[in-house]
Design a protein around this ligand. Structure first.
Ligand code: WTA
Length: 660
């Protein structure tokens, strides 16, 4: 079956995956104390979907209660219609009225080793002041604010200050290039940019402010830049009088009180760009009410959060995982969040384990790619540390191979911690498929079942459910509160990308999946032109456009090739323009070009030069065949090729090249 084949090609390890028969029931001692102990939530959701989400919405404070839970005119959904609330109020004000005022909201450690603790009281004060700063600069309800920052507490302050005013934020990951930053700022038409003089990354300095200056050369909407001093003297930067302002200066003068703006449930909370199947990233729009209900409820259910926990989600706030499970979900729940600025191998490979021991982290949520790196580095880095505080482990971002799952469970979880493998996307806003740690029997490598209230199916290309054991497309067949509402500035793309392939009622995820005979879901990776490199979504087309933008390149085809640690690695097949000599450093030159255009995360691991690319008769490059070559597999169907000899030659050349 074509679509099954497509899905399997996305993750060739699937056959092995599917042979996995080990099962791990929830530990009874976990279940007794768990937030969710039985199947009641699933049953309630089946019985009355709206009633179920209405009950979940009781976990949020509303200024005005909603009139209707759901208005669904496919593919457009409105949740908690008529309700009013404020996301920052839910993360702060309602906690500071209780004993939680003096509870740690954020425990932070910087890469060089500094520590800061902000209680809910502290965070409430900083956010209120910073909201006044933004107001003073003319930011009002509905204005967009761009953030390009390191993982420091001020990033959380900035996010919540925007939410307090009802100004949608758009965070751009600090690893993106000035050009990517510019594209996102312009797409959102941001009025203010918040950044830092720089950030620390493996002992060196990321020149964030310099990148902002470069980006802003082409961003007419931006009026002001606010700069957090993170580095100080050690960084060179220009200060643009009139446009640039020091964060600390503005904060010195800011008044303490700033009421939280009542927002409609459907008012946008933020825009977050993600790669799609064209060169232009999509600005995914999340709104306030449904999103807050979705992330707070899933954070309670999936992570079993308790007041005494210290929750560490290792994602950068530049990605959706950081938005939903570093900031909005945990803080709405009054949890203590641990936040770390740096990377896992700096200054040495035991940094994370040292952190877990030092702060007594109880819940760790990270990506399979990190786990595979740790496996490669060896257990000795882990064994030196006492990880007995951990009680629950999570993963997200890509399929986890059973071997990595077992390693995580044994060496990090000490054999006692349940693992929640959570499947979701920027677009879904919240976790959609995951075990509930006190309820679900897990199988290594399977994300198990849709959460209560969520319905997922695996379908063939006509939208019919496939029998268990066959591959197909993963679709979501019911609306959910935290779903994206649109693509910013491009509502047609919302419909065409997500709700056309299988009709307006069925959300197409872009992922392949299988269901086994026990109905467990096994995710197989993307079936579209999106790569997943170290848990990050990168569009093949975006990298191709960066390559053809280089003066020497005539044509380029990019694929994600499976990679033992990163999940996928970017591989490029490039045809140079006639007359351009193939010099030794051409590949490096092109890699640098991609870094400059997009950012280091999109850097091709391998560039292969070829005189021709395999194309269909209508001129479409057949990436699928290139992937077969790069992964050393037998070639798939080649009948649609215009000239089958091209691919045969390419394979021989590629293999010779690999040998030499
Ligand atoms: C992949 C990250 C398998 C998937 C939250 C999805 C996963 C894309 C899992 C979204 C998982 C995420 N198992 N695959 N547990 N979680 N994915 O938007 O391909 O950065 O479509 O959101 O990551 O990536 P995004």
């Amino acid at each position: 079956m074509a679509e099954g084949g497509e899905a399997e090609r996305a993750n060739p390890t699937i056959s092995a995956l599917f042979e996995e028969h080990r099962v791990f029931p929830p530990p009874p001692e976990f279940t007794v104390r768990a937030n969710v102990r039985d199947r009641l939530l699933y049953e309630n959701a089946e019985r009355d979907l709206e009633g179920f989400w209405a009950e979940a919405a009781e976990g949020i404070d509303w200024f005005r209660k909603w009139d209707r839970v759901l208005e669904w005119s496919p593919p457009f959904a409105k949740w908690f219609v008529g309700g009013q609330l404020n996301a920052a109020f839910n993360c702060l004000d309602r906690h500071v009225r209780t004993w939680r005022r003096n509870k740690a909201a954020i425990i932070w450690e910087g890469e060089p080793g500094e520590q800061r603790v902000l209680t809910y009281g502290d965070l409430h004060r900083e956010v209120s002041k910073f909201a006044n700063v933004l107001k003073h600069l003319g930011v009002k309800n509905g204005d967009r604010v761009a953030l390009y920052m390191p993982m420091i507490p001020e990033l959380v302050v900035a996010l919540l200050a925007c939410a307090r005013l009802g100004a949608p934020h758009t965070v751009v990951f600090g690893g993106f290039s000035p050009e990517s930053l510019r594209g996102r700022i312009n797409d959102a038409q941001a009025k203010v940019v918040i950044t830092a003089d720089g950030g620390f990354r493996r002992g060196s300095i990321v020149p964030l402010k310099q990148n902002v200056d470069e980006a802003l050369a082409g961003c007419p909407s931006v009026e002001n830049v606010i700069l957090v001093r993170r580095i100080g003297e050690a960084v060179h930067m220009h200060f643009h009088e009139g446009r640039d302002h020091w964060y600390h200066r503005l904060m010195d003068e800011a008044p303490l009180q700033c009421p939280a703006e009542p927002m409609d449930a459907e008012d946008p909370l933020y825009i977050l760009h993600t790669s799609g199947t064209t060169a232009k990233p999509k600005g995914v729009v999340h709104t306030t009410g449904g999103y807050m209900v979705g992330v707070s409820a899933t954070h309670r259910w999936v992570f079993d959060i308790k007041d005494e926990d210290i929750f560490w989600c290792t994602a950068d706030i530049g990605w959706v995982t950081g938005h939903s499970y570093v900031v909005y979900g945990p803080l709405a729940n009054g949890a203590t969040v641990f936040m770390y600025e740096g990377s896992p191998d700096w200054p040495d490979k035991s940094r994370w384990w040292e952190i877990i021991e030092k702060y007594r982290i109880s819940i760790l949520y990270t990506a399979p790619t990190a786990i595979r790196s740790f496996m490669g580095w060896g257990e000795q880095h882990v064994r030196k540390h006492d990880l007995s505080s951990l009680r629950l482990l999570g993963t997200v971002g890509e399929p986890i191979n059973p071997e990595a799952w077992m390693w995580y469970q044994e060496h990090i979880g000490g054999g006692r911690c349940p693992i929640v493998d959570t499947w979701w996307q920027t677009e879904t806003g919240m976790i959609m498929v995951s075990p509930l740690p006190g309820v679900t029997t897990t199988k290594p490598g399977s994300a198990t079942f849709p959460l209560p209230g969520v319905r997922a199916e695996v379908v063939d290309e006509y939208g019919n459910p496939v029998p268990s054991g066959s591959g197909g497309y993963l679709v979501l067949t019911r609306p959910w509160p935290a779903m994206l509402r649109t693509i910013y500035g491009d509502p047609e793309r919302y419909v065409s990308v997500y709700f056309s392939r299988f009709g307006p009622k069925v959300y197409f995820t872009g992922d392949g999946a299988k269901r086994d005979e026990d109905l467990y879901l096994w995710l197989l990776g993307r079936v579209d032109d999106v790569m997943n490199v170290s848990g990050h979504r990168i569009s093949t087309i975006e990298v191709e456009s960066a390559l053809v933008d280089h003066k020497d390149v005539a044509e380029a085809a990019v694929i994600g090739r499976s990679h033992a640690v990163k999940g996928q690695a970017v591989a490029a097949f490039v045809t140079l323009k006639a007359g351009v000599p193939l010099s030794r450093d051409k590949a490096d030159d092109l890699k640098t070009h991609v870094i400059e255009k997009i950012g280091a995360l999109a850097r091709p691991e391998e560039i292969f030069f070829t005189a021709e690319l395999p194309k269909t008769r209508s001129g479409k490059i057949m990436r699928r065949l290139l992937r077969d070559i790069a992964e050393g597999r037998a070639l798939g169907d080649t009948t649609t090729l215009a000239d089958p000899t091209v691919i045969a030659r390419l394979r021989t050349q590629y293999e010779e090249n690999a040998e030499s």
